[in-house]
Write a protein that binds this ligand. Structure first.
Ligand code: ATP
Length: 238
């Protein structure tokens, strides 16, 4: 469904991604793992036209993403939850949830109920300003907002960033629950938190210095010494 083939991209003269190929089908949860600066965020930016693509093909179903404006891509069902969450801090939980939604009242109600079932805490805090919520709550709100748009595929950029280990576990538990509730939706999760991510994904890719250096099933990745090397070897320490 999302097919990235031979993608090279960067910013101006600076080339960050080198011939990256990644594929994810409907209903899969797939990980992209890599340490700081590996190019994970740049990969997402390139999909939406926010990095300079110099080569490769980017397809979402029938849609050619190159040259398609970001709002059209989102409308086609490819929804991005950015690192740093991208919430409106002065707006309430409810207002943040409603931002991306264009739907009739009945469907809106259904989506909201589904989001509240996955993240009950959001329901208790509807009138609270998003910026006053804890980091974990904000992350859940950002994912909930992504779900409101009824995506065909959800792209999550480092949902564990800045969270205490217990909250990281909670966020990943919720992702597994989302997968259960929306079995047809693809989820592509970019992470540094290897063990948590592998536990919920069926497959994954490892990126290092702008290249995919390894890919395989979760079990294969779990055993791969190259995975350790990608995080502990040439790219520094964790
Ligand atoms: P992290 O886990 O730290 O978020 P990442 O894997 O998401 O890292 P990117 O944010 O894609 O990595 O960054 C990859 C490289 O691109 C880094 O060396 C970064 O400094 C560089 N970079 C990012 N944004 C720009 C920009 N606007 N202009 C030039 N270089 C940039």
């Amino acid at each position: 469904m999302l097919e990235i083939e031979g993608l090279s991209a960067g910013y101006g003269q600076v080339r960050i991604l080198h011939e990256v190929s990644v594929r994810i089908d409907a209903g899969e949860i797939v990980a992209i793992l890599g340490s700081n600066g590996a190019g994970k965020t740049t990969l997402f930016r390139a999909l939406f036209g926010f990095a300079d693509v110099t080569a490769g093909s980017l397809r979402f179903g029938e849609l050619d993403l190159r040259g398609t404006p970001a709002f059209e891509i989102a409308k086609a069902g490819l929804v991005h939850v950015p690192e740093g969450r991208g919430l409106f801090p002065g707006m309430t939980v409810l207002e943040n949830l409603m931002v991306p939604v264009q739907a009739d009242r009945g469907r809106l109600q259904d989506r909201r109920d589904m989001v509240f079932e996955i993240f009950p805490r959001l329901k208790d805090r509807l009138g609270q300003a998003a910026g006053t919520m804890s980091g974990g709550e904000q992350q859940m709100l950002a994912i909930g907002r992504g779900l409101m748009a009824q995506p065909r595929m959800l792209l999550l950029d480092e949902p564990s960033t800045g969270l205490a280990p217990k909250l990281v576990d909670e966020v990943f538990e919720r992702l597994a629950l989302i997968h259960e509730r929306e079995p047809g939706m693809g989820i592509l999760v970019v992470e540094q938190s290897v063990a948590d991510t592998i536990a919920i994904c069926s497959r994954g890719y490892v990126m290092e210095r702008g290249c995919v250096v390894l890919d395989g099933t979760s079990a294969e990745l779990q055993n791969a010494s190259a995975l350790e090397e990608a995080f502990l070897g040439t790219t520094g320490h964790r």
